[in-house]
Every structure is written in C-alpha cells, then in structure tokens.
Design a protein around this ligand. Structure first.
Ligand code: PLP
Length: 233
C-alpha cells in the first residue's frame, strides 16, 4: 500500500467513526478526495484504493488531469473552486458536480453549455458562512433566493449548499456555522427545492461537520499531504 492509499483508508475509517458517533448510517457521507496541486499518479493510487469522488479547484489544472485520467470511466469530478465565465464551457462539458455556484450569470452559462447528451450538472450554492471578505459565496440570507433562480435552469440540478468554515474556528463556532447551513437547507426545502446535500467539512473539521449533517466532506491534506502552490501548473 502506498502512503496516500494508507492515508485514504485512515480518513475513511475516521469518517465511518464520525458517522457512527453522530448516529448516522454507515456510508451516508461521501468522501471527496481533494487532489488540487497533486499529480495524477497520486489520484490514480487513491482511485485504486476505492475512491471515486475527486475534487479540484483550478479549472485549467483539473481539465488537464481529466485528459490524462480519461481511462477511469467511473471517476466523479467535483469542481470546488471559483468558476470564471471564460472557463464555464470546460466545466459544463466535463464535471459531474460544481459545489461553488454563487452567481446566477455563471449558473446560466453552465446550463446553456451543458451538452444535451449529458445528465444535468449537480450544483450546490456556495455560502460565505462567516462573511469573510476574501471568500467567495453568497451571504446566508441570499442563498435561498439564488437557489430558486438556479433551480429554473434546465440543465442544472440544485442539490444543496456548500461552505468553507472560517479557519481556526473552535468547535463551538464550527457548530454554529454548520448549524446555520443545516437551517438554510431546511429553508430551501420549505421554499420548494428538494435539495439534500450539505458539502462541508475539510481535513481539520470533518467530524464536527458530520455531526452537523454534512453529506459530502472535502478532504485534501489528510490524504495527499501538504500542498506546494509554487509548483502548480
Ligand atoms: C483545498 C480545499 C479543500 C481541502 O482542504 P484540506 O484542508 O486540505 O482538507 C476543501 N474544500 C475546498 C473548497 C478547498 O479549496
């Protein structure tokens, strides 16, 4: 077993423990392995260990990886970084999920450019949960209104909400942030959107996120190790 395969198994056991501790069914949380800045060889290793869901932030880097990994037909690509309008076509044609929709204009382009031969693109509305000026996402009070607009687009399917918790939050603050996300999902349901996804929880806050109802955790460094941004293409 390679070191990333070992890490992947370790994180998977931790996730199963967190599910049990939260009284949630085994396998109810999807582990998305965040492979940004890491080479395709390591993605292949984690895939061989059983992972199918991978998250990437940088569209150019991700697209090049999809070309090289085209022989893995059941890999599921989650775009978890900001999508700018000049990159929507790549995403519409090759992604399964976009967790980071926060502008209607980008959602419209994704829907227009989604090939008719493909199933709808699964999307989450990104919420700037702690109102941090340097973070993407809509304000919590704007999330349902945006979801209602995005839900009208024919080639997208609104699945839920995504957030990145404020760095270095203590558990109490994390519970407050993730709890607001749970409440917003209930608000979306009450507004008539049958959404069921909460994409929240990263290497540092996975267990708390699971205890607050996360359905997708996005784990990078705990699987792949630290990132070296300077080496990125
Ligand atoms: C990088 C990244 C992650 C993974 O973060 P780790 O702390 O390495 O687990 C998750 N979500 C988003 C949006 C990211 O950019």
């Amino acid at each position: 077993m390679t070191s990333v395969q070992h890490n992947y198994q370790q994180v998977l056991s931790e996730l199963r423990r967190a599910e049990a501790a939260a009284g949630r069914p085994e396998d109810s949380v999807c582990l998305v392995a965040v492979s940004k800045t890491h080479p395709v060889e390591l993605i292949r290793q984690v895939y061989e260990a059983g992972c199918r869901d991978f998250g990437e932030n940088y569209i150019q880097e991700w697209y090049e990886k999809t070309e090289i990994l085209a022989d893995l037909p059941d890999i599921v690509w989650h775009v978890i970084g900001d999508v700018q309008s000049n990159k929507t076509k790549y995403v519409a044609e090759r992604a399964h999920w976009v967790h980071t929709v926060s502008r209607l204009k980008i959602a419209q382009r994704l829907s227009n450019q989604r090939p008719e031969s493909m199933p709808p693109l699964q999307v989450c509305i990104e919420v700037n949960i702690a109102a941090e000026p340097d973070k993407h996402g809509v304000a919590p009070e704007e999330a349902v209104a945006l979801a209602l607009e995005v839900a009208k687009l024919p080639n997208l399917k609104v699945r839920g909400l995504m957030c990145v918790a404020k760095a270095d939050s203590d558990d109490e603050s994390l519970r407050e942030q993730f709890g607001t996300m749970q409440k917003l999902l209930a608000d979306m349901n009450a507004a008539g959107i049958p959404a069921d996804v909460l994409s929240m929880g990263m290497s540092a806050d996975m267990a708390v996120a699971v205890s607050c109802g996360a359905t997708h955790v996005r784990i990078g460094s705990a699987i792949f190790g630290s990132r070296h941004y300077g080496e990125q293409a």
